[in-house]
Design a protein. Sequence first.
Lengths: 76, 238
Amino acid sequence: MPRYFVTTYDGFKASDRDGIELPDLDALEGVLRQTLAAIMHDEGRHPGRNEFWADALDERNERVMTARISMSVARP
Amino acid sequence: MFSPLIRKLGRGADLTQADHDRLTSLARTRCVGARQDIIEQGDRPEDVHLVLSGFACRYKIMRNGKRQIMALLVPGDFCDLHVAILGHMDHGIATVSPCTLAELPPTTVLDLTENHPRIARALWWATLVDEAILREWLVSMGQREADQQLAHLFCELLMRLRVAGVADADGYDLPLAQHDLGEVLGITPVHVNRTVQALRAAELIVLRGRRLDIPDVERLKAFCDFDPDYLHLVQRIA
């Protein structure tokens, strides 16, 4: 199975040197969606933490996916 | 080889030398490699397993192949003391790292509980502590953010492994990969990596390979609001 190396960003950058083995890009998309949703669930409750990103590299160090989740709060 | 069990059960009851002798004469032992099933969901349980060295886990596999770990079993822990009462396993138990296990036939468990009152009391204590740990994990999954949840797990393991005599005052060997930690916490390995790095950046932990060191245990406890009361390490005063 291919190995992907995902980095998440917001206040700080967390790169994964171990990588994760996944069957295909659909599975990778599932992981990125679940991860960013969980990060938003945990950290989005803090004011000012409104946007989180992730990108994934393959074993040749080429970017194969990016993902972003954001929240906006308005007080009209 | 049985010292983790004796050390642990000694927290639950005042065991005598005769009790120690009975426990050290328990049944046969066997070595099992890492990531091997000890018993699978649906199996008919017979022998009771006791972890003497290494880490094992209690788990369920979902239809989509995802696995949830509901308990970590460390030296001195029984894998379901009274399981022989049940017709079949509703979950599986597997090793995480290479393990030494003791296998106790149901007759041995019956002897321990019926003929050795202090051991029986200690075994009940151990069962109640297992349930208390499960409750705390439920609280963690429902209420703690991932960084606090992971920190809480690290604090809990420090306490449990120290009781078993297999940890230092501020660190221990942690044979769990990011993937395993994700299955404990219910988060993706990517999220585990981010969480580990956040704890590391805050200088709350030092994780090198499979070794965890905690520079300031009280600071880590304060960070995740860890209160060891649920481990019931202090005996009730009659």
